[in-house]
Design a protein around this ligand. Structure first.
Ligand code: UDP
Length: 235
């Protein structure tokens, strides 16, 4: 296996599927199936999910809501998504552990590096909810932070595109895909892979980011098997 311990980042929006809002049960089930198939092979899987399908602090602030209050609402949205994925993974027969950066007993245990690693070593898929637990951050930054904390081999950023392109492939048909790219080039080209806080944390800790299409069945499995899927961002 190419990777022993991964941190998978899923956006909240990805959970909407074809819906405009909320959680699409079909998409949720597909993701749980993909994740279960690699976890069943012995890959240790940590997961951070966004909350954009339910609420984003910036959205609220644009309509006059207090930003910090809105950010906490966004963090709670990640808890809802994490709970949905946890339930679905358990339906697939997986052992799970839900941790949270905000105290939210009895739904989740408190996030600590020690508990996360203990749960991973115990064969659980570990979902870490509530982002970083702080306003003004994103769940991309949370994914970078949690990946460094749990000493993941890689962050896998599951998206709806096949990797990193020279331009947005959904808008520009001439955009070309990179197989690998350096952190320096990501900065220089101003590529929008993750926010800069997340990119910097990964670079400083020599943590590679693999950007891939999570909506294609079997991709996660192929990556674990060492097949060249997506784009690898590294130092
Ligand atoms: N959020 C936050 N701190 C964090 C992570 C998230 O305040 O550490 C809030 C923020 O308002 C954000 C929302 O939670 O907009 C949902 O997260 P995000 O936008 O990253 O979700 P995604 O785009 O991945 O669905």
């Amino acid at each position: 296996m190419k990777y022993k311990r991964i941190l998978l980042k899923l956006s909240g929006e990805a959970l909407m599927g074809k819906q405009q809002h909320g959680i699409d049960p079909e998409r949720l089930s597909m993701y749980a199936g993909e994740i279960s198939s690699v976890a069943s092979q012995g890959v240790q899987v940590g997961i951070v999910i966004g909350g954009g399908n339910i609420f984003r602090g910036l959205q609220g602030a644009a309509k006059g809501m207090d930003r910090v209050q809105g950010d906490y609402m966004g963090m709670l949205a990640t808890v809802i998504n994490s709970m949905a994925l946890q339930a679905e993974l358990e339906k697939h027969g997986m052992k799970t552990c839900l941790l949270s950066g905000i105290a939210i007993d009895p739904i989740a245990e408190a996030m600590s590096r020690r508990r996360a690693i203990e749960a991973l070593n115990g064969g659980n898929i570990v979902i870490i909810a509530s982002g970083t637990g702080n306003p003004f951050f994103t769940t991309d930054s949370a994914a970078a932070l949690r990946a460094v904390e749990i000493e993941a081999d890689v962050i896998m950023k599951g998206t709806r595109v096949d990797g990193v392109y020279t331009a947005d492939p959904e808008k520009n048909p001439d955009a070309e895909k990179f197989d690998t790219i350096s952190f320096t080039e990501v900065y220089e080209r101003g590529l929008n892979i993750m926010d800069l806080t997340a990119i910097t944390l990964c670079r400083e800790n020599r943590l590679p980011i693999l950007v891939f299409n999570m909506n294609i069945k079997g991709n996660l499995q192929k990556i674990i098997a060492g097949e060249p899927v997506g784009t690898l961002v590294k130092g």
